[in-house]
Design a protein around this ligand. Structure first.
Ligand SMILES: O=c1[nH]c(=O)n([C@H]2C[C@H](O)[C@@H](COP(=O)(O)O)O2)cc1CO
Ligand SMILES: [Zn+2]
Length: 157
C-alpha cells in the first residue's frame, strides 16, 4: 500500500517558495515564490534579493534612512520578479505560489506574464494603498487567488 502521509501539491509548492525565502538577506521580510505550470511542473523560483553584481554587504538593508538611496527599497528585486525572470518555460496559464501577497509592481509582471492564479500565505500589507492597487489590477485581469496556511514542512525562525 502507498505511503499515506505524503504532502499535497499545495504543501509541496508553497514549501519550495518558503525554502527559497530562506536564501533572502533581507533582515525584516523574506519572500519566496514558485511558479507552477498546468502540468504541475515548477518552471521558476525566486526570492527577494539584490541584482547580480550588487554585493549584499555593500548595499543597505535598512528600511528607513535620511535618503531613500540609503535604504534597500531602490535595489531589491522582488521574489515574484525573480521567479518570472528565472522561468524556464512558458508562464502563460500558470500559478504562482508566494509567501507574501504580491505588491502592485509584481502584480503588473504577473499579469503580463499570463499567470492565472496566485496562491499566498501572508497578506501583512493588505491595509496599504499599494496593496489595494495590486488587488484592483488582479481583479481586472481575472486572476484567481487563494490564501493557504504556511507549510509545516519548512520553518523559518
Ligand atoms: O511582493 C513583494 N515581494 C517581495 O519580494 N518583497 C520584498 C521586498 C523587500 O525586500 C521586502 C519588504 O520589506 P519590508 O517588509 O521591510 O518593507 O520584501 C515585497 C513585496 C511586497 O508585498
Ligand atoms: Zn513586489
Amino acid at each position: 500500500m502507498k505511503r499515506q502521509k505524503y504532502i499535497s501539491w499545495d504543501e509541496y509548492f508553497i514549501g519550495v517558495a518558503q525554502l527559497s525565502a530562506l536564501r533572502s538577506k533581507d533582515p525584516s521580510t523574506q519572500v519566496g515564490a514558485c511558479i507552477v505550470n498546468t502540468d504541475k511542473r515548477i518552471i521558476g523560483i525566486g526570492y527577494n534579493g539584490l541584482p547580480s553584481g550588487c554585493e549584499d554587504d555593500e548595499f543597505p538593508w535598512e528600511r528607513e534612512n535620511k535618503s531613500i538611496v540609503d535604504t534597500k527599497y531602490p535595489y531589491v528585486v522582488h521574489a515574484e520578479a525573480n521567479a518570472i525572470l528565472n522561468a524556464t518555460r512558458e508562464t502563460k496559464g500558470s500559478s504562482i505560489y508566494v509567501t507574501l501577497f504580491p505588491c502592485n509592481e509584481c502584480m503588473k509582471l504577473i499579469i503580463q506574464s499570463g499567470i492565472k492564479e496566485i496562491v499566498y500565505v501572508s497578506d501583512k500589507y493588505s491595509e496599504t494603498d499599494l496593496h489595494k492597487a495590486a488587488f484592483k489590477m488582479m481583479k481586472a485581469a481575472n486572476i484567481s487567488y487563494r490564501q493557504i496556511n504556511a507549510s509545516e514542512v519548512v520553518k523559518n525562525d
